[in-house]
Design a protein around this ligand. Structure first.
Ligand SMILES: C[S@@+](CC[C@H](N)C(=O)[O-])C[C@H]1O[C@@H](n2cnc3c(N)ncnc32)[C@H](O)[C@@H]1O
Length: 303
């Protein structure tokens, strides 16, 4: 079993982050390995408690990677990760290539941090010069804002400008160098392809035998209109399309796991698969009514 570096964990707070569901996701992912790795019961008990055991050749694909809680828990040696959030993907690439400069820039942000400074940095994307900023400057800005804004919520207005207010934390950890270095080592030492784009591209290319974990934006059933603007722009129509992709991959022999809200639509779309209901607490949500303890579903295509 590969030991997990203690600091390998998400470098951002992220809405929908899966850290609290890791034990149940880990146990579920391990259950797909039973046939292929023939674990005995002693091995099974210890792996279920401590880590996920992909066999070393299995390709792991996470098309909605967010802050990567499950990725860093699974630690696959071959992976494809993807997200539509371009700045988030810039962070992953910068952490792999330029972690030293990133840490220096975050230390500078930490030294200068005040409420006024937060708003000055937040305003940078309104300025024409923003696009000319280097990827490492943009990554440092996002991580700084994420650690100091209200609730770690990534939110942009209709013009695409970051608009979450100041968080007023007493001692925010702006530069978590051990975590950044652990993520850097994982991305550097393993075969991890980092993509920016729609989930359909890495998902449709999943070869038979791969494992795909889908963690889309939560389905919010109170949308007034099927295709109306939804959290992260992911509409009910997108949820229906995603279920079709899940079905196509299942027919192709790809192991698929998906998490989402526990809503009637999820039960209808995935009626042919195994659905477990799990309890989770959502701390970060743009809508106050959707924070707190809720039921979520974990859907898998293996028995
Ligand atoms: C629920 S979050 C994933 C949380 C992640 N598992 C974690 O632990 O942090 C959903 C992610 O999907 C991304 N997203 C939204 N629409 C997408 C799309 N069409 N294709 C790919 N990613 C998308 C969002 O940017 C967000 O990072």
């Amino acid at each position: 079993m590969t030991l997990r570096p203690p600091h390998l964990k998400p470098f951002l707070k992220w809405a929908g982050g899966k850290r609290q569901l890791l034990p149940v996701i880990r146990a579920t992912l391990n259950s797909t390995q039973l046939n292929s790795t023939q674990l005995n019961s002693t091995q099974l008990n210890s792996t279920q408690l401590n880590s996920t055991q992909l066999n070393s050749t299995q390709l792991y694909i996470e098309p909605f990677v967010g802050a990567g809680a499950v990725l860093f828990d699974v630690m696959p040696s071959r992976a494809v990760i993807n997200d539509t959030n371009a700045l988030l993907i810039t962070c992953y690439r910068v952490i792999r290539q330029d972690v030293h400069e990133l840490i220096e820039r975050l230390e500078a942000h930490a030294a200068a941090h005040t409420e006024d400074y937060f708003y000055t940095i937040r305003a940078e994307d309104r300025d024409e010069s923003y696009d000319a900023q280097s990827p490492v400057a943009q990554a440092a800005r996002l991580i700084y804002l994420n650690k100091t804004c209200f609730n770690g919520l990534y939110r942009v207005n209709r013009s695409g400008y970051f608009n979450t207010p100041y968080g007023a934390y007493r001692d925010p950890v702006i530069c978590d160098a051990p975590v950044l270095r652990a993520v850097h080592c994982y991305l550097r030492d393993n075969d991890v392809t980092i993509l920016h784009g729609d989930y359909t591209i890495p998902a449709r290319e999943a070869p038979p035998g791969a494992l795909v974990y889908f963690d889309p934006p939560y389905h919010t059933p109170n949308q007034r209109n099927f295709t109306q603007y939804a959290a992260d722009g992911f509409t009910e129509a997108n949820q229906v399309e995603l279920a079709a992709v899940f079905r196509q991959l299942s027919a192709k022999g790809v192991d698929c796991l998906l998490s989402n809200s526990d809503t009637p639509l999820m039960h209808a779309l995935y009626a042919d698969f195994h659905i477990d209901i799990v309890r989770a607490t959502r701390a970060i949500n743009a809508r106050a009514s959707e924070r707190g303890a809720v039921n979520e579903v974990l859907i898998r295509n293996w028995s």
